[in-house]
Design a protein around this ligand. Sequence first.
Ligand SMILES: *Cc1c(COP(=O)(O)O)cnc(C)c1O
Length: 232
Amino acid sequence: MSTGSESSAPLTLESRLAGVREGVADAVRDAGRDPSDVTTIVVTKFHPATLVRELYALGVREFGENRHQDAAPKAVLLTDLAPHWHFVGQLQSKKAKSVLTYAHTIHSVDRTSLVDVLASAGQPVDVFLQLNLTDDPARGGVDPLRVRELAEDVLRVDRLRLLGVMAVAPLDAEPRAAFARVREASERLRELAPHARFLSMGMSNDYREAILEGATHLRIGTAITGNRPVDG
Ligand SMILES: *Cc1c(COP(=O)(O)O)cnc(C)c1O
């Protein structure tokens, strides 16, 4: 499949980063929003620690990873820097405590058993509740209509700071409509937890639509990093 991010491969990391920053700024302006309300997390999964280092030198501080076995050794190689690691992938309960040795924000909280493990870790954690916008339970994420039940579990634990909701737009859906569903779920959540106002949504190919629907945390990989060396 040919995508915009693939055709950008010949450019340098610096120019791809600049291109995305420009695209984000344009969308923020078109949405009439405040630039300081939108954070870009660069998803560096499957790329080596050296790439994270290059991005860090270009001013990036927010990084995303989706697999513990890939992220953990990288984080160890970068302890001389101060990156903020966001864990954005599906998280097995048995790995959750290990992920917290480097990640401060977990975007993929989708069940009570995982909340319980995070609660027992004894350190503050920022969490997003991941919504499943598909009919396939294997995709991970909680049914958007049940977001408040899961939020109640998080709110019972002082050390867990509920930031808001996270979602991936389904491949077969129009992204803007998918992101509108996330915004609606966010509104329902805020009736219960007014401070949990953040929306983690928008990737390389749909961040503009996400910004127009209120995204506050973009998770952008290939449009900045280039194609992933291995993926699977
Ligand atoms: C890989 C990944 C991204 C980034 O995807 P790109 O299409 O490369 O921008 C964002 N969110 C999650 C959960 C991911 O796994």
